[in-house]
Write a protein of this length. Structure first.
Length: 396
């Protein structure tokens, strides 16, 4: 283990020996161990104070005056080529967020996006059916569908769904490139250049002919062009991988619980509960990062100013204090609000778009078209900060 000397005094916090490769293999047993240790711990292996329980993570999200998003030297800023709103604090963050919110409100999604989400789901269902039983649900359906939905929401033309999915992976790799791997920076540079070329076409078009897209809303809201470009790249890095993972997560779970699938067939409102419980259980964004700009205190643990912080959302969502039998999958929980989309001022801007495009459209259509769909062979999981399947072979 590499020991990083903390720049601030963390001596009051319990120290944990974090094994990041074990975390990627099975994050949930490590998270259990961390929660049993304390709600706040110091992890020298990643140079971060970690918040491990539901209430501890909620404390981070609820106190932006202590936990700043304006992380200095953030790898994400280098990966995207500029600072997006997720790496800013209010009031700067709020100005940019306001113009993004409009196209992503539930009523707008209903009016502008659902018909496109349905059309895209049909297109990639055709592709999956053509690939035939034994196909990989991730590459034949989940990835290109999530990519195409976001291309439409961003108002981009002439972009291939698999290219935008690659940009997304490159920006994510760059945002986590704490070891400064030059190959990863090169990938980010290439993806940034391709994305900027698409924006060179989109920006003048959307200025002349505004539409319902997120990019158009940011331009109409008067954001400077570089802010629009940074936020488009942020949306690409956060708006594909996670919806994609939710498709495979739900099919994986329903392959093990046919009675839950049957319940959704009897009562379609069950699809919303399935999506909510799956996004809790398989929280796609496992950790969000902040930097303390003031001292804090949580349940007697003193948090110094000037420290790097990780709020473990995936651990919070398996906190037995909040969700009894947290490793189970239950549609009858008394507490259904998880931290999968974060909370507070940075709560996910695409929450309703994800729920609608995946939970209400892609997944129900998948089972209408292929009623016997289920997992065929073993799946492959990857990551812990961003966690999901890289392959899920299915048959029907
Ligand atoms: C299941 C799918 C998704 C999950 C689990 C998810 C999760 C999250 C989380 C946890 C955050 C908060 C990060 C933080 O506080 O640091 C976030 C922020 C964000 N998400 Fe999502 N997301 C999803 C889908 C989407 C989609 C489809 C879009 C775009 C259409 C999107 C756009 C954004 C943006 C722009 C932010 C930054 C918000 C801000 O800083 O104010 N997300 N997301």
């Amino acid at each position: 283990m590499t020991i990083t000397q903390p720049a601030v005094d963390v001596s009051a916090l319990p120290v944990v020996d974090l094994d990041t490769s074990a975390l990627a293999d099975d994050p949930y047993s490590t998270y259990r161990h961390l929660r049993e240790t304390a709600p706040v711990v110091w992890a020298p292996a990643i140079n971060k104070i970690l918040f491990t329980t539901f209430e501890a993570c909620a404390y981070v999200e609820n106190h932006p005056e202590i936990f700043s998003s304006h992380v200095e030297g953030a790898a994400m800023v280098k990966a995207l080529g500029g600072r997006p709103l997720i790496r800013k604090d209010d009031p700067d963050h709020a100005t940019e967020r306001q113009s993004m919110n409009r196209p992503l409100r539930p009523r707008n999604i209903q009016g502008a996006w659902n018909a496109l989400f349905e059309q895209n789901a049909e297109t990639y269902l055709d592709r999956l059916v053509e690939a035939g039983p034994g196909a990989d649900l991730n590459t034949e359906f989940a990835m290109p569908l999530a990519g195409k939905n976001l291309i439409d929401m961003l108002g981009l033309h002439g972009v291939d769904p698999l290219d935008i999915a690659r940009w997304s992976l490159d920006f994510i790799a760059g945002s986590g490139n704490v070891t400064d791997d030059p190959d990863i920076w090169l990938r980010c540079e290439t993806s940034r250049a391709e994305c900027d070329a698409a924006l060179d076409e989109a920006i003048p078009r959307l200025r002349a002919h505004p539409d319902a897209s997120i990019t158009s809303a940011m331009l109409a809201g008067g954001l400077p062009e570089d802010a629009v470009r940074n936020n488009v790249k942020l949306t690409i890095s956060g708006g594909i991988n996670e919806p994609q993972h939710m498709i495979t997560n739900i099919v994986y779970e329903l392959s093990r619980h046919p009675e839950t699938l049957e319940a959704a067939r009897q009562d379609p409102t069950t699809w919303d509960s399935i999506f909510n419980e799956a996004v809790r259980k398989y929280t796609p964004i496992g950790m969000i990062t902040r930097e303390t700009v003031a001292k804090g205190e949580f349940e007697g643990f003193h948090i110094p100013a000037g420290a790097q912080v990780g709020a473990l959302l995936a651990s919070a969502n398996r906190d037995e204090g909040r969700f009894p039998d947290p490793d189970g999958f239950s549609l009858h929980r008394s507490e259904t609000t998880s931290l999968a989309f974060g909370r507070g001022v940075h709560q996910c801007a695409g929450k309703w778009a994800a729920q609608s495009s995946i939970g209400r459209i892609a997944i129900p259509r998948l089972y209408e078209r292929l009623p016997d769909l289920h997992q065929d062979r073993p799946e492959t999981w990857n990551g812990w900060v961003f966690r999901g399947m890289t392959s899920l072979p299915v048959t029907w």
